[in-house]
Write a protein that binds this ligand. Structure first.
Ligand SMILES: Nc1nc(=O)c2c([nH]1)NC[C@@H]1CN(c3ccc(C(=O)N[C@@H](CCC(=O)O)C(=O)O)cc3)C=[N+]21
Length: 285
């Protein structure tokens, strides 16, 4: 008889977080006369990015968070993008800034992210946010890593002493989620394109976080029985980095795609936007 993993319901948890966030947003709006506001910045018209940004704006609206969209042409230079982000950073009507990734090969992404004021970095992409995550200090987490940690807590997964394998090392996903797991006393291994034997690393993992953007890279045969499997991969067509059908036969807990990590990413973004607005508006009265 094969056991089947319990599903980690990101949609349900995200809904509860967004409801709580909406209450806080309404409270801020009532007390200060100003609604929390998230600026979304998109360079170019990549269809997937357009869809993601629209989803974020819709979710903001439902939570009583205003959003302001800045759409820049694909040919925008790094200097122009830095200027636009500098203006939003200086604008007291904007409390959080999301610069959608990727921005195109001609953009210096690090320079762009650093143009976001740290107190408005609700997407957790600046050096300031990254180092706070690394040192276990308070600050805004990268949204997907923050959402993953919240999901682990919700399902009573304590990372302490567990072997965590993070597949992927991107600046806003793989690297920070590994740091957050380390901060909770997991033994963390990063795997990436140069890893010699991915399968044997994954086989050791009590917690697997897949974050590379390679459809169904992680197969059930490599999942340790009972492991916690977090699929943070986003690929065209809502396909994750984990081969769900085979992985669920061995995992203890697993996130579905869709309905797992994705909604948690957006819930974290909204919660952090309201937190940023609360601080900025309290400071201005
Ligand atoms: N600076 C930056 N920050 C990001 O957080 C960021 C980014 N750039 N670039 C693109 C990726 C992608 N991303 C997703 C967020 C939510 C879902 C999501 O909610 N997906 C739904 C499915 C949605 C559907 O039905 O199409 C789900 O998994 O259930 C997916 C993908 C955030 N990203």
């Amino acid at each position: 008889m094969s056991r089947t993993a319990r599903l980690m319901d990101g949609t349900g948890l995200a809904r509860r977080i967004v409801e709580e966030t909406a209450k806080r947003a309404a409270d801020i709006t009532e007390r200060t006369g100003t609604a929390p506001c998230l600026a979304t910045v998109l360079v170019g018209e990549d269809p997937a990015s357009v869809t993601y940004v629209r989803m974020k704006q819709n979710r903001c609206r439902k939570a009583g968070i205003e959003s302001r969209h800045v759409a820049l042409p694909a040919a925008t230079t790094t200097a122009e993008l830095v200027d636009a982000l500098g203006a939003l950073s200086a604008d007291p009507g904007v409390h959080g800034i999301l610069l959608q990734h990727p921005m195109g090969p001609h953009i210096d992404e690090r320079a762009a992210f650093e143009a976001i004021a740290p107190w408005k970095d609700v997407d957790g992409v600046t050096l300031a946010s990254f180092s706070a995550m690394g040192f276990g200090l308070p600050g805004f987490t990268s949204c997907t890593p923050g959402g993953i940690m919240r999901l682990l807590d919700e399902y009573d997964v304590d990372p302490a002493g567990k072997r965590a394998v993070v597949v992927g090392r991107s600046a806003i996903l793989g690297k920070p989620v590994g740091m957050l797991l380390l901060g909770r006393d997991a033994t963390v291994t990063y795997c990436h394109s140069r890893t010699a034997d991915l399968s044997s690393a994954v086989r050791e993992a009590d917690i697997v976080v897949a974050a590379v953007g390679r459809p169904r890279l992680i197969r059930g045969q490599d999942i340790k029985p009972g492991a916690v499997v977090i699929d943070a991969g986003y690929n065209p067509g809502n396909v994750g980095d984990v081969d769900f059908d085979t992985a669920r036969e061995r995992a203890g807990l697993i996130t579905p795609v869709p309905g797992g990590v994705g909604p948690m990413t957006i819930a974290t973004l909204l919660a952090q936007t309201v937190e940023a607005a609360g601080r900025q508006l309290a400071a201005s009265v």
